[in-house]
Design a protein around this ligand. Structure first.
Ligand SMILES: Cc1cc2nc3c(=O)[nH]c(=O)nc-3n(C[C@H](O)[C@H](O)[C@H](O)COP(=O)(O)OP(=O)(O)OC[C@H]3O[C@@H](n4cnc5c(N)ncnc54)[C@H](O)[C@@H]3O)c2cc1C
Length: 555
């Protein structure tokens, strides 16, 4: 432990306060000062969408700790309205400005934490600086939007960007009775998801009255004397809007670090080693201003999340007070709620994994979150991605109304620990009818992927099925569900052979054809596939996620 060491921290939301508090827990003697240019500290930005809609009415609940708390509990000095203007590493001091008085002073440090966070991206387009354009980041930014809504009573709002903040804001604007349109440059919502998973979210948004304008970026904002009244898209569409929420992402605040000669990484965030030390010894960086690395690939990534910021802050606190704790990297695990859906992802999507050159196996698993006979549950989708070479799970995306958070976190844990696909079935998860099915959907997903990787019971995605239609080989698609289900809707071109009759009818099928089986979600389709494989058919595929998945994407 260092005695009487002088620690300075820049930024006092998640990462800065975590670093300072951990340093104090480890060392009574360190002198710790946090500089914060804002007046709010240690707040929960994550609660802001619900604060805007008055679901959370008490501002204090989002800012539970103030300067006095840090002094009394931790003997940490937090100087709010104090902006750090410059870091001089050679002399180990900061130039700080007291924003209340305008005066500047020098603050010496022996160890420094840069926790300057990130800022919302506001594109340099006409109208972006209008008073009714709201990036949501700080408590004050949410205060401004809240006040605007109260005073102006807008009928219609546009959200530019459909990441998790855009999604959460959409739900909360609708809660306020505001007609909401989302403008998104990508061809899907939530661009961090695979497009087939995003379809579930798009459907749910539309069901909840949100208009979607996808595949069309923001070009300009038309203004009059009151501010923006129209959003202009790249394709020239003119969308009326009484206000705009700018939610196209964040950029790390690195200017201070860069001007001090600290290296910036390839993601644009501050480069750190595995101990979260920057390129200058004794200066650490944590949270949204710092680069992370992927626990799967080892490559630098940028994960601006409160969960990561808190973890990094704690590790910095440890390492400033004598420990050598490694940051093990992240999976970008995230979850958000939009209306009645929970949407989570951890690790690589199929698109990312293919882009990185992995030989990918993919499974869509649509299952009830609990025993269907027990009231209150619903079906949800798991899409999991595995590496054919190593048998490792690379990532999972989970979307549904119940039980999503639990499955996501099991996936995150298993992926972190490098559990092989074939071992997922063996994870001893808890079961009772209100909570799960006897084989939990997570273990089921492991079974499906293990079958694909090891048994050769191949899955075919709806996209791949549609591509095969124009191939050279004959293609036979077999619906093995009941006559009623087949009559109510089927995959285009599918013939009907109910599972119970398949063994008697295998002679009708062309052994040279590609045969695709399906049921509603995959289980009976897999049973049919096994019958055909056991009868010597060589090229048999089961539709990943069954008819439900095909219908969501192609129906
Ligand atoms: C609406 C919303 C919802 C979110 N929901 C979630 C969620 O559900 N889950 C999740 O994991 N994450 C969520 N996040 C992200 C999460 O809030 C951030 O990842 C987290 O706040 C990052 O903390 P930080 O301390 O690194 O940076 P910041 O929160 O950006 O704090 C940095 C601080 O540094 C100060 N600062 C910067 N430069 C200086 C300077 N030169 N001198 C003095 N002070 C300075 C800034 O004023 C700021 O207060 C959400 C964010 C928003 C906006």
């Amino acid at each position: 432990m260092e005695d009487q060491i002088q620690i300075a921290v820049i930024g006092s939301v998640a990462a800065g306060t975590s670093a300072a508090a951990k340093a104090r827990r480890n060392s009574e003697s360190a002198r710790i000062t946090i500089f914060e240019k804002d007046t709010d500290i240690s707040y929960s930005a994550c609660g802001l969408p619900y604060y805007v809609s008055d679901m959370i009415t008490d501002r204090k609940l989002l800012t539970p700790r103030d300067v006095d708390f840090f002094k009394e509990r931790y003997n940490i000095d937090v100087l709010t309205s104090h902006e750090v203007l410059q870091i001089t590493p050679e002399e180990k001091h900061l130039k700080v400005q007291n924003q209340a008085t305008g005066q500047t002073f020098q603050q010496p440090y022996e160890l420094l934490v840069i926790a300057t966070g990130a800022s919302p991206i506001v594109p340099p387009i006409p109208g972006a600086d209008a008073p009714n354009v709201f990036p949501i980041r700080t408590i004050k930014s949410a205060d401004s939007l809240k006040l605007f809504i109260k005073q102006s009573k807008p009928a219609r709002g546009a959200i530019v960007g459909s990441g998790f903040i855009g999604m959460e804001m959409a739900e909360n604007l609708v809660r306020l009775g505001i007609q909401t349109v989302i403008v998104e440059k990508a061809a899907q919502v939530v661009p961090s998801l695979d497009a087939d998973v995003a379809k579930w979210v798009e459907k749910h948004l539309i069901e909840n009255g949100v208009e979607l304008l996808l595949g069309d970026g923001l070009a300009a904002l038309n203004t009059n004397e009151s501010g923006v009244y129209q959003v202009i898209t790249e394709s020239g569409k003119m969308i009326p809007a009484d206000f705009v929420i700018m939610a196209i992402g964040v950029k790390p605040n690195v200017a201070l670090a860069r001007s001090a000669g600290i290296a910036i990484g390839e993601t644009g965030a501050i480069k750190v080693d595995k101990y979260l030390e920057t390129s200058i010894k004794g200066i650490y960086a944590a949270g949204d201003c710092a680069e992370s690395f992927s626990r799967i690939t080892g490559r630098p990534v940028y994960y601006p999340q409160g969960s990561t910021a808190n973890k990094m802050g704690r590790i910095v606190g440890q390492n400033m007070t004598g420990a050598r704790e490694e940051f093990l990297g992240g999976l970008g695990t995230r979850i958000f709620k939009v209306f009645d859906l929970a949407v989570g992802q951890s690790g690589l999507t199929e698109r990312e994994a293919r882009g990185l050159g992995y030989e990918v196996a993919v499974a869509h698993n649509i299952k009830p979150n609990q025993q269907p006979y027990y009231p209150g549950g619903s079906e949800f989708l798991i899409k999991a991605v595995a590496d054919r070479q190593t048998g490792n799970m690379l990532g999972a995306q989970v979307v549904g109304s119940h039980g999503v958070d639990k499955r996501l976190d099991v996936f995150a844990t298993g992926i972190s620990l490098g559990i092989k696909v074939k071992e997922w079935f063996q994870i001893d998860l808890g079961y009772a009818p209100p909570y799960s099915t006897t084989k939990d959907p997570v273990t089921y997903t492991g079974m499906i992927l293990a079958n694909e990787l090891e048994r050769g019971t191949h899955l075919i995605t709806p996209d791949e099925l549609e591509r095969r239609r124009s191939g050279d080989r004959p293609l036979v698609i077999i619906d093995v569900r009941s006559p009623e289900e087949y009559a109510a809707g089927r995959v285009t071109g599918a013939i009907h052979i109910p599972l119970a009759t398949l063994r008697q009818r295998v002679g009708e099928l062309d052994p040279e054809a590609d045969i695709v089986t399906y049921c509603n979600a995959g289980t009976s389709g897999n049973a049919a596939q096994n019958i055909l494989l056991n009868n010597g058919f060589k090229s048999v595929y089961n539709i990943s996620g069954g008819y439900k998945n095909w219908k969501m994407l192609k129906g």
